[in-house]
Design a protein around this ligand. Structure first.
Ligand SMILES: [Zn+2]
Length: 299
């Protein structure tokens, strides 16, 4: 195991031993951030909560104000929002597998040097989330319903949201619209994240993950995700195969509600993808399906 993976595994295991609160706190505090130092010690975040307001103000002015360390700090705070609502799953073997798969994919991306961090959330729903700087989470319910190529397709889609800074764009628009102030007024006090993040970031993060991203950015993530998965050696039809599953999911199935409401209709996503892919990637398809359970047993 490489030192980075060993550290991550140790961080995950340390986090898993505690409560939900300790889990994400320890995980995020202990995560190695290559090339960026410890993000908690960067000048961008001297006081955590106070810095978040500054970050949002800078973001509201222009996404260009956000350099990479700031992007990672915003992502760390949004990851805390996500982990505050759903804890990590306790299967360390599964966490290691998804991290290894995700890191392999991210190495083929345009931003391989980001502190990529992948996690499986203990949730029965079918969902995947990303935060700026390289934080990516999938739910256990999703992992249970896909094979390896499909999971690679989903992770590649989320990786594209990060490399193309889609969440920063969406956050900037929300920060500019003044929605943060309105949201904070109606926000319940957070006893989960403590002082680690500001009320503004918490409000905006929750809003972002329930309303979703720009529809054009979703199509972009589908197209680039397929290419990325293929570049990493996976069947390019993994993501389209997931979209087929989503297309046939009953709209009233609560496990799929959030994914369906935060993305363009699966039929439309398939059509846009098909137009972009044509048959150019057909030669790379037709690989045998690898069940994730097989991978986990082999470890
Ligand atoms: Zn997406």
């Amino acid at each position: 195991m490489k030192p980075l993976q060993r550290l991550l595994a140790a961080a995950l295991l340390a986090g898993l031993a505690g409560t939900a609160q300790a889990q994400f706190g320890d995980l995020l505090r202990q995560l190695p951030i290559p090339g960026a130092g410890n993000i908690l010690n960067t000048p961008a975040a001297p006081g955590g909560a106070a810095a978040a307001g500054d970050l949002l103000q800078m973001l509201a002015q222009s996404v260009d104000n956000i350099d990479e360390p700031r992007e990672i700090e915003i992502g760390r705070q949004l990851a805390a929002v996500l982990l505050g609502s759903k804890p990590l799953h306790s299967d360390a073997n599964l966490q290691r597998y998804v991290n290894r798969l995700g890191r392999w994919l991210s190495l083929q991306s345009e931003r391989p040097h980001l502190p990529w961090t992948f996690g499986v959330l203990d949730d029965a729903g079918f969902n995947a989330f990303a935060a700026p700087g390289g934080y990516i989470f999938v739910t256990k319910g999703l992992v249970d319903r896909v094979d390896e190529a499909e999971l690679a397709g989903i992770l590649a889609h989320e990786i594209t949201h990060v490399t193309a800074r889609h969440h920063l764009k969406a956050l900037a628009a929300k920060a500019r619209s003044g929605i943060a102030t309105q949201l904070i007024a109606s926000q319940v006090r957070s006893n989960i994240v403590g002082n680690a993040i500001s009320a503004q970031m918490l409000a905006l993060g929750r809003d972002l993950y329930t309303s979703g991203l720009d529809r054009a950015d979703e199509h972009d993530a589908d197209r680039q995700g397929v290419t990325l998965a293929a570049r990493a050696g996976f069947d390019p039809y993994g993501l389209p195969s997931v979209l087929q599953q989503l297309r046939t999911a009953a709209p009233d199935n609560p496990l799929f509600t959030l994914t369906l409401s935060t993305h363009p209709p699966a039929q439309q996503r398939l059509e846009v993808l098909e137009a972009a892919m044509g048959n150019r990637l057909d030669a790379l398809s037709g690989k045998p399906s690898v069940p994730i359970a097989t991978r986990l047993r082999a470890r």
